[in-house]
Every structure is written in structure tokens, then in C-alpha cells.
Design a protein around this ligand. Sequence first.
Ligand SMILES: C[S@@+](CC[C@H](N)C(=O)[O-])C[C@H]1O[C@@H](n2cnc3c(N)ncnc32)[C@H](O)[C@@H]1O
Length: 186
Amino acid sequence: MNNNLPFFRYVGDVSKISHYIIKEFLYNKEIAIDATLGNGNDTDFLANNFKLVYAFEIQKCACDNYINNKKDNVNIINASHHLIKEYISEPVDCIMYNLGFLPGGNKSITTKNETSLKSIKDGLKILNKGGIMTICIYRGHDEGKIEESCIISYLESLPKNQYGVMLHSFLNRSVDAPLLVVVERK
Ligand SMILES: C[S@@+](CC[C@H](N)C(=O)[O-])C[C@H]1O[C@@H](n2cnc3c(N)ncnc32)[C@H](O)[C@@H]1O
């Protein structure tokens, strides 16, 4: 046994858990959306696993930083994800949200509950049967706490015969530790 491993292998980074779930449990991997490009880690993951990826980001600097390293199957959309329906009309297999602000960037530019919720609602309308949506919610800042309550109360109301909704929450960490919500369309 290697006692020098610095991190937990599973109960750690919620983004990594979302990658694992998408990779293992999603059957069709044709089209995916990263609703929050940021530094591009999730987009890279999607680009390696899907035929076509759309990535939304409101900050032009983040789009510019990513564009030179992007794979050919990635389309960057420098717009807010609440406009998802205006940009994408085709059904998709996967939508990822990694909410909050850009790590290493301007912390005042963050996802907001109204636009996040509109995007999630419209995203579910284009999610294929069998598709998966993942939402990482960071509660360590004020907007994140508002997103947590709005998004979770909306997702709790989804009909259970159409959507499986599961919340992943740390039990022995700070009350502000991130959450991962997974929505699977039946
Ligand atoms: C936590 S970061 C995303 C991390 C990213 N997925 C990664 O792998 O590095 C959240 C990002 O969402 C962006 N953002 C904020 N509001 C947005 C919106 N309405 N539409 C799209 N992106 C938004 C922020 O600018 C920030 O870059």
C-alpha cells in the first residue's frame, strides 16, 4: 500500500467524480456541452470522450486563453449559458456545469442563480434520453449559496419517472464544501 498518496481517490474533487460518472455511465457520447469553460479542464475531458463539444464562457479572456490549445472537435461560445437554446438546437448527451468563478481569475465574475437556473432548465429540454447533466456547486461564496438553494429546490421538483437526481455531499467537511448533483434522463 502506498501511504504517500496525497489525495483521496474517490472522495475528493467533485469535478473528477463528475468525469468518472460521465465516462462510466453514459452510453452515447456524441455531443456534449461544457456550460462553464473556465480554464478548460472539463472541456478537455469532454473533447477526449465525445465527438463534438460546445463550451460556453462569458469571459473573453478565458476563451482566448483556451482557444489555441483547443481540440478540433470543440466549439467555443463566448456567451452566457442561459442562451443555450439560441446556440444549440440539437439533442445532446451530456451537459456539465462547474459553477462559480474562474480559479485564478476575477472572483467577482461568477455564475448567478437566475442564469444558471435558466440554463439548467433549457439544458434539460435538449438532453437526450439516457443523457447525463452534472452540476458542481461551490457554496463558499454568497452567490454560490443562493445557487445551491435555487438549483436544488428546482431539481427536487423534477418528475422521478423521467429524471434520476442524486446529490453528492461531503458529510465530514466544512458546511461550505462543494456539492455535486447528477441528473440522469431516463
Ligand atoms: C468554476 S469556473 C469553471 C471551471 C472549468 N469548467 C474548468 O474546467 O476549468 C466557472 C466559469 O464560469 C464562467 N461563467 C460565469 N457565468 C457564466 C455564464 N452565465 N455563462 C457561461 N459561463 C459563465 C466564469 O467566467 C468561470 O470561468
